[in-house]
Design a protein. Structure first.
Length: 232
C-alpha cells in the first residue's frame, strides 16, 4: 500500500485493513487496499508520528515538526467517526502511548522532556498528567513504549541502545541491552504474546551497526496484552 506520505504509525482496524497516522492527517485502508481520509489537518513542516489504539477503540495520534521545534507537535484522540479532541497542551515529539491492564491509566512520552508521564483515564477523557519516571541523560531518549500484563512499562531508548522496564510504581527493574544505538519502539507478539519485538532506526547514523534498521525479537520476554483494533 503506497501512501505518498510519511507514515508515523499503522494499526489494524476492527473490520480489517489499517488506520494510518500520516503527514497530513489520519487515513483508512480497507482490506482491498482502497484508501480514504478520516481526518485531514495538513500543517507545513509537521507530520504524524507515533499512535496507539485505546481500550475503547479510539486512536491516540501524535504529531511533531520535521525540525523538532519545541511545542510544534500535538496529541489528539481520534474517535472512530473522525471526531478529534486535543488531549493536552503543545508537545514537541509525541511518542509512546499505552494503557494499564485495567485501562485506568495512560502512559505517554514527549521525548525531549526525558520523562514517561502518566494520566488518569475517565471514560474518553484523560487528566492529572504527572511524571511516572524521569530519564537521566546518560540513558538516551525515551521513545516508543508498551505495557505488559503485569502493568510494567517497557520503553525503547533512542541513542540508549537499550530497553528498560518500569514497574507500576515507576521503578526501573530491568535493562535489556541491544546491539543497536537507536531502538524506536517495542510490542509483544508471537505465540501467547510472550515475545517482545523491537523496531530500530538507521537514520542519522554515519556508520550504522549492521543490525540498525532491523526488527529485533527478544524471546519469552514476558506476557503481553492483546491489542485493541481501531473501531472505525
Amino acid at each position: 500500500m503506497a501512501t505518498g506520505q510519511h507514515v508515523g504509525a499503522a494499526k489494524p482496524r476492527a473490520g480489517g485493513g489499517l488506520v494510518v497516522n500520516l503527514r497530513d492527517g489520519v487515513g483508512l485502508y480497507d482490506v482491498d487496499g482502497a484508501f480514504s481520509w478520516l481526518v485531514t489537518d495538513p500543517v507545513p513542516g509537521r507530520r504524524g508520528n507515533d499512535a496507539a489504539v485505546a481500550p475503547d477503540g479510539a486512536l491516540w495520534a501524535g504529531t511533531m515538526r520535521y525540525d523538532e521545534a519545541a511545542g510544534g507537535g500535538t496529541l489528539s484522540r481520534v474517535a472512530p467517526d473522525g471526531t478529534v479532541a486535543s488531549v493536552s497542551g503543545p508537545v514537541t515529539v509525541s511518542n509512546g502511548t499505552g494503557w494499564s491492564p485495567d485501562g485506568r491509566l495512560m502512559y505517554y512520552i514527549d521525548t525531549p522532556t526525558r520523562r514517561i508521564d502518566v494520566f488518569d483515564v475517565d471514560g474518553t477523557r484523560v487528566h492529572g498528567r504527572r511524571p511516572f519516571a524521569t530519564v537521566p541523560p546518560a540513558q538516551g531518549w525515551p521513545d516508543g513504549l508498551t505495557v505488559d500484563a503485569d502493568g510494567c512499562v517497557w520503553v525503547a531508548f533512542w541513542e540508549g541502545a537499550a530497553l528498560r522496564r518500569y514497574t507500576p510504581d515507576g521503578r526501573p527493574d530491568r535493562v535489556v541491552e541491544l546491539p543497536v544505538r537507536r531502538p524506536t519502539a517495542c510490542a509483544f507478539g508471537g505465540p501467547g504474546l510472550r515475545d517482545l519485538y523491537i523496531t530500530t532506526a538507521r537514520t542519522g547514523l554515519e556508520a550504522p551497526h549492521p543490525l540498525s534498521g532491523s526488527l529485533l525479537v527478544l524471546p519469552d520476554a514476558g506476557q503481553g496484552l492483546p491489542g485493541t483494533p481501531f473501531a472505525g
